[in-house]
Design a protein around this ligand. Structure first.
Ligand SMILES: O=C(O)CCC(=O)C(=O)O
Ligand SMILES: [Fe+2]
Length: 310
């Protein structure tokens, strides 16, 4: 079944309606953007500023970095909690990831590249991709704020993080989880999902998982916990997971626009009134990240520990 006015993302079992937002069609798309963020916390973008060539080159770079021997990948140590290499674990045995915090810092990019013995070409691609993705995440965050009638300069200094993911899927693992159910902790994530290998699933409002099929050339945007708190509960932090559907290596590139570096995450006054009392105490992104790690609450539930008592 396809709902009016939206493109169907998937059909799998049930209805599936992850909207596609045309970034070249604003102000026309404001309402659709806002609705997608409230109803799903997830949408695809087309007409973005990342060239197909850059997407393909970055994918190649990421694939070869993740193919490095374990001893080298382990040099990618944490800059902030959980930002570095994640080896396959008991919880996610098929999954590993390298991370870069923060992509806006030339020093951080240089360190990441030298830890992994990246070639000058690989480094150039990473730098170009980081710059283009940063601009895109700012653009999307601004459009989202504007769609809510808010100022659009709210996200200027917010840092961005990369996580490049590899799923070691084999014939034996078909049907098992690739990465556990989670929400992203930051404001928004731009995901270059594998253009061939599916497996990503997002949760709809009824609690059912919906498959998100690859759509080459497009990018997927997920909203995270900071978006839910910052918007005083209006925007949805979408729960998602990756399932192994086929026996092929799956690669994805997640770029997270996290949250303010030092200031607290706090809903703007415009989003708070007697009908919408403040839901969360102000918190810093860094503290929230630590809270998620220490409580192991990966699916947005850590936010409930920060509820304001109204
Ligand atoms: O691999 C994917 O498609 C999703 C990755 C993801 O959810 C993440 O890195 O937070
Ligand atoms: Fe995620």
């Amino acid at each position: 079944m396809m709902m009016m006015g939206r493109r169907s993302e998937s059909t799998g079992g049930g209805v599936s309606v992850v909207s596609t937002i045309d970034l070249g069609d604003f102000p026309g798309e404001y309402e659709k953007l806002r609705e997608a963020c409230e109803e799903w916390g997830c949408f695809r973008v087309v007409n973005h500023n990342i060239s197909l060539e850059l997407m393909a080159e970055m994918k190649q770079v990421v694939r070869s970095l993740l193919d490095l021997p374990m001893e080298i990948k382990k040099r990618n140590t944490d800059v902030i909690a959980g930002s570095g290499y994640m080896a396959p674990s008991q919880v996610n045995p098929l999954y590993e990831a390298l991370g870069l915090y923060d992509t806006g810092s030339p020093q951080a990019v240089a360190t990441f590249c030298s830890q992994l013995d990246a070639s000058p070409h690989q480094r150039e691609v990473i730098e170009a991709y980081a710059k283009a993705i940063h601009e895109l995440s700012m653009d999307i965050a601004r459009k989202l704020a504007e769609s809510m009638g808010l100022r659009s300069d709210l996200f200027e200094e917010w840092p961005c993080q990369f996580r490049i993911n590899k799923y070691n899927f084999t014939p034996e693992t078909v049907g098992s989880p690739g990465v556990q159910i989670h929400t992203d902790s930051g404001f928004l994530t731009i995901l270059q999902d594998d253009e061939n290998v599916g497996g990503l699933e997002v949760m709809d409002k009824s609690g059912a998982f919906v498959e998100v099929h690859p759509a080459p050339g497009t990018l997927l945007v997920n909203l995270g916990d900071v978006a839910a708190a910052w918007s005083n509960g209006r925007l949805r932090n979408v729960k998602h997971r990756v399932q192994c559907k086929e026996a092929t290596i799956r690669i994805s590139i997640a770029s997270f626009l996290l949250g303010p570096k030092e200031e607290a995450v706090e809903a703007p006054e415009e989003l708070v009134d007697s009908q919408h009392p403040r839901l969360y105490k102000p918190f810093t992104y860094e503290d929230y990240r630590k809270l998620r790690l220490s409580t192991k609450l990966q699916d947005g539930e850590a936010l409930s520990l920060l509820r304001a008592h109204n």
